[in-house]
Design a protein. Sequence first.
Length: 580
Amino acid sequence: MSRSIQYTASPLLASRTPVWRSKFVVGAIALAFCGLAARAAYIQVVANDFFQRQGEVRFARTLELPANRGRILDRNGLILASSVAAPSIWAIPEDVEISKQQQKQLAKLLELPENELAKKLENDDKSFVWLRRQVEEPVAKEIAALNIKGIYQRKEYKREYPEGESAVHVVGFTNVEDQGQEGVELTFNKQLAGKSGSRRVIKDRLGRVVEDVGDQIPPASGKDLQLSIDSKVQFFAYQKLRDAVLENKAKAGSVVVLDVRTGEVLALANYPSYNPDKRRSLSGEQLRNRALTDTFEPGSVMKPFTIGLALETGRVTPQTIIDTTPGRITITGSTISDSHPNGVLTVEGVIQKSSNVGTTKIAMQMQPHEMWELFTQAGFGQKPQISFPGAVSGRLRPFKTWRPIEQATMSYGYGLSASLFQMARSYTVFARDGQIIPVTLSKSSEMAPGVQVLSAKTAGQVRKMLQMAAGPGGTGQKAQTMGFSVGGKSGTAYKQIGKGYGTDKNRKYRGWFVGMAPIDNPRIVVAVMIDEPSNGKYFGGDVAAPVFSDTVQQTLRTLGVQPDMAVRPQIVAQSVEESF
């Protein structure tokens, strides 16, 4: 039996609702909509810039468009350094989905231990981490083929150095950010680097570009730089230097080749060296550009300057007799000796036989300030004016502090110091008829302007003496070269050990040879230094002169200089010892 319900019987439903209440509700809703509309208008019109910036912060990005770094070329246009595309691998750790097998393959391709790769993928910064910068293109393709979610690639540039370790001390290298760190790469970094461009884009949360925003600024590539270096001469000089260092079981060595006409550096090499593409675990011994940064007491290679000054001031002539008997001389209580007695010598003979006693007797006829002024004009004690990092000034004390014994020892190369580069440049005084010339690492075809230091007559007289020193009876006979006349001076200097030069049991040496060719009209100056030879020979005429000989012959042929001799001069097999 059904029972009907009378709803109107309920007091609540039967009561009448006030009209104002419904109007209030409708009005409140309308007011809310008006507020929302006003807020929307404010956001879209009044405060549009602020909220747009906030949106851009979250999704808009400015991508750097890297500039292609300029090339470094040798004097003939051959590439010494260039940039190639090298993708870099990065990840969004929180998005990475990778299996154990994929992780193992990825670690192998990136040349990373698996635990190190895992650590990178667990990085606290969940939005970005570099996995490996600048990998090879084939490696990048293999990584892309793994198709791992959250792993991405970015196009970058990597430097390549075709001449490798032979030219690295000149060219230098860049870091992973493509900024120069050593050598020419550092010195001319601004010119080579160019200017990066930019691209404004909108990215999604996965880092993918959705659309471009605004104008794109294209990158401006760096300028190419052409050096004075001849890559063939550079490589050959480095090879011969390396062979000499290894053969003589030496600590290190350097060689510098200068063009006498233009002042161009045709070659500058050091050993030990390093591969610029593999720079892990490098030592300071490998990185150091010894030819420019290391200074030494030059020893006998300074004697031509002392003799040149005496000739210039008229105190002696090439045929003036100098009695070196009995092979030693005492100056204010200190004894200076020759390696063996030479007896009576002409001034030419003093250079040919490299007599300390003869040089000292000539030097003591002069005033200290005269010697100091000549040494200074020849570039000693001054930093070479060359656009290259690390060049040093060496040491030449003011003449007012010289004691008589110091004046004597400086005349034959002790008590002052110079780099091999300074020595090479100083010998342009003899090669350029008394003028010292500026040197440059940039290619040049113009005759370098010189500053007159000695007269052309004196320079010619010294050149003849240097030819005698490199000929039969001289200390540098092994410097002679097939087809070309040469002149130069060998030097063998004790190395300082603490405050002295050690004893006969632990004494160390540096062997030098600095000279020029062809002797009548010099085209090049070549300087060689072998540091701490320890295989039984240590005289500069034995360890450095052969490198000079080979380098001169190769360089002059490369430059197209015609031989000025029909046959090789006779070389006496027995070494002639030089004085220290």
